[in-house]
Design a protein around this ligand. Structure first.
Ligand SMILES: [Zn+2]
Length: 370
């Protein structure tokens, strides 16, 4: 039987003693069963809506009556996720891209990013590659810019022609931009690169683009939190948090290697299908290809809208406060652009991530593409 989040108990129990010790250091988990008692009048609807759960209507109803819930917490960082296996078993049905593609195309005539020199503002130090970057018209930090992709469609990552060289170019462009900001203001050291793909992921402009900021004095709260947790971990266990983070995921069968870069199907994902890439540094030569592969995993899982975010040590001379902090790239699926509901609610804002996708299934998809 393949590993599944609902079998985490068994998977953990089967670990070799050293790996089990590391697992227990990193994670705690609780298994629950949600009892759901539908009235007769609901049975027909349930049998249809959840037909992927079992071959017979009675089987489907039984699966709904007893739903396994797995709650996992990273004991070092407090990142926590509730998994509902019922939802995770929904088959991936590649939906027609037709309407979405039409909507993307329809935005083209009025797209400011298709004419960056005329319709986008510049940063004080100009643009990188003449037209590749611009300033964000409504900035949310002192230095805030965008990398505008050549292709209008943000779904380019799903096309066969999408190449690792495009990612390499994005990383080089954003780094050149960040270095300019840092040269202008040496106190601006905290480079943050992100990519919101489509409106479900928070993008207001359809045209494919990444965003970048360089913060002053201290890094963004979530990055700083992780840095402190990693330092505390190193002090307590005499070991690098990120090395062990990869190791524990490897032991569970949740990690693959894309060259020198580790790719992890996160056991406490922020939302659906979270992949974390761990590279030695932002300039690691294998990083563009690794990120390309991760995006191709997303394409095959029919992901259309996602967030991507880089964590890394500050610009400038090596800072001892950041010793041992690698370059992390987080990718997370933000759901179907056709769905009206937001994928985050009060639970995600203030309590815990609620996730359907099974990290063990995601890891299988990542292995097929490694
Ligand atoms: Zn455009």
């Amino acid at each position: 039987m393949p590993a599944r989040i609902t079998l985490l108990n068994e998977t953990a129990a089967a670990l070799a003693p050293e790996a089990r010790k590391l697992f227990d250091r990193f994670f705690d988990f609780a298994m629950s069963e949600a009892r759901v008692l539908p009235p007769k009048a609901m049975e027909g609807w349930i049998a249809g809506a959840f037909k992927y759960l079992a071959p017979t209507a009675e089987g489907v109803l039984e699966a709904i009556r007893r739903q396994p819930i797995v709650h996992v917490v990273n004991r070092i960082t407090g990142q926590a996720t509730l998994f509902n296996a019922i939802r995770s078993q929904r088959p991936i049905e590649a939906k027609d891209e037709g309407d979405l593609a039409k909507e993307i195309e329809a935005a083209k005539p009025k797209c400011s990013f298709c004419k960056p020199l005329e319709l986008t503002p510049a940063n004080t130090f100009g643009r990188i590659g003449e037209t590749k970057t611009c300033a964000n018209v409504a900035a949310y930090d002192g230095y805030h810019g965008l990398v505008i992709f050549e292709d209008h469609s943000p779904l380019r990552f799903r096309r066969d022609e999408f190449a690792p060289a495009e990612i390499a170019d994005l990383l080089a462009t954003s780094q050149a931009w960040a270095e300019k900001a840092h040269a202008e203001d040496p106190q601006a050291r905290f480079f943050f690169l992100m990519w919101n793909c489509l409106w479900k992921a928070g993008a207001s402009i359809i045209h494919g683009h990444a965003q970048m900021t360089v913060g002053r004095k201290f890094h963004y709260g979530k990055v700083e939190r992780l840095r402190r947790d990693a330092l505390a971990y190193a002090a307590q266990y005499g070991s690098n948090y990120f090395d062990d983070f990869v190791k524990v995921h490897e032991a569970l069968g949740l990690a693959v290697r894309y060259g020198s870069v580790a790719a992890v199907a996160h056991l406490t994902p922020a939302k659906e299908r979270e992949i974390v890439l761990v590279a030695e540094r932002f300039e690691s030569p294998d990083l563009p290809r690794a990120l390309h592969r991760a995006l191709k995993v997303y394409a095959r899982q029919d992901v259309k809208s996602y967030n991507l975010a880089f964590y890394m040590p500050p610009l400038g001379a090596p800072d001892p406060e950041w010793k041992g902090f690698p370059c992390l790239v987080h990718l997370v699926d933000r759901g179907d652009p056709a769905a009206k509901t937001a994928d985050v609610g009060a639970m995600e804002m203030y309590a815990s991530a609620v996730v359907s996708a099974d990290p063990f299934q995601l890891a299988e998809a990542m292995k097929e593409n490694s």
